[in-house]
Design a protein around this ligand. Sequence first.
Ligand SMILES: *Cc1c(COP(=O)(O)O)cnc(C)c1O
Length: 519
Amino acid sequence: MHRLARLDHRFVWHPFTQMRDWLKGEPTVIVSGQGALLRDIQGKEYLDANASIWTNLHGHNHPKLNAALQRQMKKIAHSSALGLANEPASLLAAKLVEVANLGIYDIRFTIDATTGQSRRQSSIVNRQLTKVFYSDDGATAMEVALKLAYEYARRTRGIRRPKFLSLQGAYHGDTMGAVSLGHIDLFHKAYAGLTFKTDTVMAPYCYRCPFNRAGPERADARDYRSCQWECVDQVERQFDKQSKRGSPYAAMVVEPLIQGAAGMIPQPAGWLRRVAEIARGHGTQLIADEVMTGFGRTGHARPVSAIGAEKTRKREDGKLQPSRPPVSSSARVRSSLFACHLEGVQPDFLALAKGMTGGYIPMAATLTTQPVFDAFLGEYSEFKTFFHGHSFTGNQLGAAAALASIGLLEDKAAIRRREGLERTLGTLLPSLWSSPSVGDIRQVGLIAGIELVQDWRMRKPFALKDRVGARVCEAMARRGVLTRPIGDVVVLMPPYCTTDEQAEKMVEALREAVREVVG
Ligand SMILES: *Cc1c(COP(=O)(O)O)cnc(C)c1O
């Protein structure tokens, strides 16, 4: 075994890893990377098919990011944000505020209850994210949002013990506040004694939804589902229940468009939009966890289908009556780097991390609105200060990398390349349907989750202890493609620089690995 691998075995404890299993094999020691490729100590090359756990955007060793870091390094690597401002952190905050408010249009169709005809109104969404609080990673970005929303609810709405609502299967990080918002028993249950209680509500999971009456098909379950949007009803009911208790939720927390660690579970178009409206209707703030989805991961704007129209039912007197208040049914954005904008939703808190620095440096940001900021203003002696911070808040190297990364994201040719890769994945992934063990293929932009099952006709899962997903990923690694599963969902989340040939190799390795492991 290589000396570095031996040192790892002796001294390193790896995250989310059963170390007894880890110690049985020789670890892959990465020494360099180039674009979508990683190279290990033996010189073997691998495709980085999950973008180094969802962080890398433009590929490894990118000349522009490297240059930006080198330029910054010649000036200074870090000085404290406690009591001091700095150059790249100021520039980045301005840039984040710019891209987080870009071109969000709100086009609403309201349905007239008597005639059943729809009317179009459009306006620019004016809820602005104007302030940036820096931290180090996704979990801390969420802790900041949580604490700010909590205090805001206490100070401005007089709620004594503000409560939070988050989604079934939610994952928001591993610090205790983030764990309290999370609902993955395997990760979170053991620490229940350390956390505070949050409410949970049904999240859409069309493939395994108890309300979906459609039998399995060889297609994304969102496209053939047959339901009455019961998942939205559940949210509505949960809010009503909480309001009757006399204490509305301080905030609702969502991963917009797709829940990551829950198993790459996408929301049907229109869900986010409608749920945001329900939350707003109850005066509840919205925390969007875009730690995974942010910075172009979820691809491009597309029209949102009409929930309102689908829910329209005939009244006894023959007139059409929407089963819920007239709701918006369409939202468009010109383009946006953020998932919630693709549904025309602007949250009160936007948590960013993973891809923010292009996946180079741990850095995070929580963006929020002027009213939240203002709630913390006062005379010093009023102690309204937000007493929270981290040693590396506003780190210069991170900020320099993030600025360069956003520059790359805005490059016209790079945008076309991203669109191209999204389309390429869209044409390659359906080839996986040929395997009877592929139950669902879920693609949202440049994220894909492939759910493996014993038999697609029954949607019957494998036993967790059989580690089918993990074994498929091990078989992919032998074919030079690295990714990690979530249970039996295999994730493909390539860096944006991935070529069509490399994307093809990723999908082919997955197809062959599935055949090898489950026949
Ligand atoms: C990864 C992730 C987090 C936690 O981020 P860390 O940087 O690992 O702390 C939070 N939310 C979502 C949606 C994530 O994917």
